[in-house]
Design a binder for this molecule. Sequence first.
Ligand code: 13P
Length: 252
Amino acid sequence: MADRGYLIAGNWKMNGNLESATELSSAIVGGASNILETVELLLCPPAVHLQATAAAISGTNVRLGGQDCHEAESGAFTGDISAEMLANMNCSYVIVGHSERRDAHHEGDALVWRKANAALRAGLAPIICVGETEQERLSGNAEEVVAKQLKASVPDGVDGSRLSVAYEPVWAIGSGRTPTEEEILSVHSAMRKALKDLLGHDAGDSIRLLYGGSVKPGNAAEILMLSEVDGALVGGASLSASDFLSIALAVK
Ligand code: 13P
């Protein structure tokens, strides 16, 4: 198995203000010294707080990421942000295909593929999010849905140095509910197989597979110890420095 290391990413979504973004990132930097070297910490603040967050984490190993990007490099796209702009703000990652964008902004796999390619073009590492709805889970189709999303959204020729994938069941996001360990294992194995089929054995094996959806300090250890779970994409709990750091400390 490839030595993938862990990625613990905080997706702050549309929360906070300038003061709280600075405070939160400074507190995370301040508490990060006990975290294993194999664990990479990533903060994805709202775009308007990238600059303040970048300043707070400057000179540390904590990384910065965007929550979304447009597929084009520049142009008449009011309200959008390009991957190049994120790179210019010192981002090294960008989340694409989050279910909140798929749902509220009607983003499909083909657009997610173009956004992931835009990220690579700008030198960013995309984190492609996939995940089934509750209905799809109940119908027994979770593995199939997730593999199909991956096949349609992963750029050609990538490997783990430039791509991570996050499995976020839609019904687990913000709900306090999580899949069982067996369910996470089964979907992560299906994702690994899909990535190996798409990219070849070694490249497919090198890609970090994160789990996201109601990850908290209380369940992080059991989720992060599962084989094929290489990190977490954390929403609500990433807005508390102590919760976010406890999740990172749960990697053993
Ligand atoms: P919660 O951790 O709040 O469930 O959010 C998960 C998520 O959507 C991270 O991208």
